[in-house]
Design a protein around this ligand. Structure first.
Ligand code: B1M
Length: 209
C-alpha cells in the first residue's frame, strides 16, 4: 500500500476525523483518482475494523468513530465517483422483528455494512413478517438481517426466517441480537449468526460471493 493510502487507512482506524479531509484533498491534488482512494485507502480500513471488533481489539465507541471518519471520507470523494466506480458488495435488507423496539445494535450493523460497501435498506423496528416479505419483493436483497433484543421476540424471529425462506429460496437470512445464539440461529434454519456488527459484515461477505 502506498504511503498516502496507508495514511488514509490509519486515519480511519484511529478515528481521526480532522485529518481525513486534508489527506484526501492532498491525495487528489497529487493526481490520485477518487476510485483508488476508495478502493485502496478507505475500504481496506473497514476490512480491518470488522475483524478487530470481533476479536475484541476495538470496542463500540471506537468502531463508531472509525465509521464516522469513513463517512466523512466518502463524502469528500462521492462527487468525483461515477456509478461504475462503486462496486456494491451486495444488498442487505435489515430490520428489528415484530414486537421489538430496540435498534441501537441493528443500526450499528447497518452502518458497518454500508461503509463496507453494501447497499443497505433499513426497514426499521417492530416489523412484521409482511414488511420483510414486501422489502424482499421490492429490494431483491442478497441477504436479510433480523435483529431481536428480547427473549419474547425470538419466536417472531423464527417465524420471519421461515416465511422468508419459504417464499425466497435464493435470499440468505442472518440473525443477531443479545438473546440470540449460534445454536438458536441454527435451530430456526437461518443462514448465519453473528454476535456483533463486524462479524455481521464478514458473514454477509461470505454469503454474497
Ligand atoms: Co430494553 N431491554 N427494553 N430498552 N434494553 C434490554 C434488551 C434488557 C436486556 C434490559 C434488562 O432487563 N437487563 C431487557 C431484555 C430482557 C430479555 O428479554 N432477555 C430489556 C427489556 C425488558 C425492555 C422492555 C421490555 C422494558 C419495559 O418496558 N419493561 C422494553 C421493551 C420495548 C420493546 O422493544 N417492545 C425495553 C425498552 C428499551 C428502550 C426503548 C428504553 C431502549 C431501546 C432504545 C433503542 O434501541 N432505540 C432499551 C435499551 C437501550 C436496552 C439496553 C439497556 C441496551 C440495548 C443496546 O442498545 N445495547 C438493554 C440492556 C443491555 O443490553 N445492557 C435492554 C447496545 C447495542 C450496541 O448492543 O443491541 O446487543 P446490541 O447489538 C449488538 C449485538 O447484539 C449485535 O451487534 C450489535 C453491535 O455489536 N447485533 C446483531 C444486534 N443485532 C444484530 C443483527 C445481526 C447481527 C448482529 O444480524 C442481522
Amino acid at each position: 500500500m502506498s504511503e498516502q493510502f496507508q495514511k488514509i487507512s490509519d486515519c480511519i482506524l484511529n478515528g481521526d476525523d480532522e485529518e481525513i479531509t486534508s489527506l484526501i484533498k492532498e491525495a487528489l491534488d497529487s493526481g490520485i483518482n477518487a476510485k483508488d482512494i476508495l478502493n485502496k485507502g478507505l475500504i481496506p480500513a473497514m476490512d480491518i475494523v470488522g475483524p478487530k471488533m470481533e476479536s475484541g481489539e476495538m470496542f463500540i465507541p471506537e468502531v463508531l468513530m472509525a465509521a464516522d471518519v469513513m463517512k466523512a471520507g466518502l463524502e469528500e470523494i462521492k462527487p468525483l465517483l461515477s456509478e461504475g466506480d462503486i462496486s456494491t458488495a451486495g444488498t442487505v435488507v435489515i430490520g428489528t422483528v415484530q414486537g421489538d423496539l430496540h435498534d441501537i445494535g441493528k443500526n450499528l450493523v447497518a452502518m458497518m455494512l454500508e461503509v463496507s460497501g453494501f447497499r443497505v435498506v433499513d426497514i426499521g423496528v417492530d416489523k412484521d413478517i409482511n414488511s420483510f416479505l414486501e422489502a424482499c419483493e421490492k429490494e431483491k436483497p442478497d441477504v436479510v438481517g433480523l435483529s431481536a433484543l428480547l427473549t419474547t421476540t425470538m419466536s417472531a424471529m423464527k417465524e420471519t426466517v421461515a416465511a422468508i425462506k419459504d417464499k425466497f429460496k435464493d435470499i440468505k437470512v442472518i440473525v443477531g441480537g443479545a438473546p440470540v445464539s449460534c445454536d438458536f440461529a441454527k435451530s430456526i434454519n437461518s443462514d448465519g449468526y453473528s454476535d456483533d456488527a463486524g462479524g455481521a459484515v464478514m458473514l454477509c461477505k461470505s454469503l454474497v460471493k
